[in-house]
Write a protein that binds this ligand. Structure first.
Ligand code: RB5
Length: 148
């Protein structure tokens, strides 16, 4: 499975921490995750819409199955990602929300705030999201409506 990742200067350290963690995991088929890192990788100020869009576009185009984005709060980059049709990006700050993002919304991207999220929590949320199953059923119609 391919996971695209992107961040601005407020999120790149958390992105890199989660990226390192993903490198140690196996997907449901027992294979390692392939990471596409779309930057940024330096503390110089950059504009989160550019990075959110790049990651979301990779997911929408099928170049990656899932995406993870990070900015200072997680807010701006999640808004940017959700402008791309087909993307369902959930800004999460708890393991329960990360699970719900998959179970109810079939979120294909998560966003996190690098200035508000510990690396341990970020890793736990990614784990929860990757391992949870989308429930389908009553959620199918609502998820479909998002793209109409
Ligand atoms: C950058 O300072 C900050 O505004 C950005 O990382 C993010 O928090 C925006 O939503």
């Amino acid at each position: 499975m391919i996971i695209a990742m992107a961040a601005d200067h407020g999120g790149f350290e958390l992105k890199n921490n989660v990226k390192e963690y993903l490198g140690t995991l196996k997907d449901k088929d027992g294979k390692g995750y392939k990471i596409v890192d779309l930057g940024t990788n330096a503390p110089e100020s950059v504009d989160y819409p550019i990075y959110g869009k790049a990651c979301a576009q990779a997911v929408a185009d099928g170049k990656a199955q899932l995406g993870l984005v990070f900015c200072g709060s997680g807010i701006g980059i999640s808004i940017a990602a959700n402008r791309i049709k087909g993307v369902r990006c959930a800004l999460v700050n708890s393991v329960e929300l990360a699970k719900l993002a998959k179970k109810h919304n079939n979120a294909n991207m998560l966003a996190m705030g690098g200035r508000f999220t510990s690396p341990d929590l970020a890793r736990e949320m990614v784990d929860a999201w990757l391992n949870e199953e989308y429930e389908g059923g009553r959620h199918d119609r609502r998820v479909a409506l998002l793209d109409e």
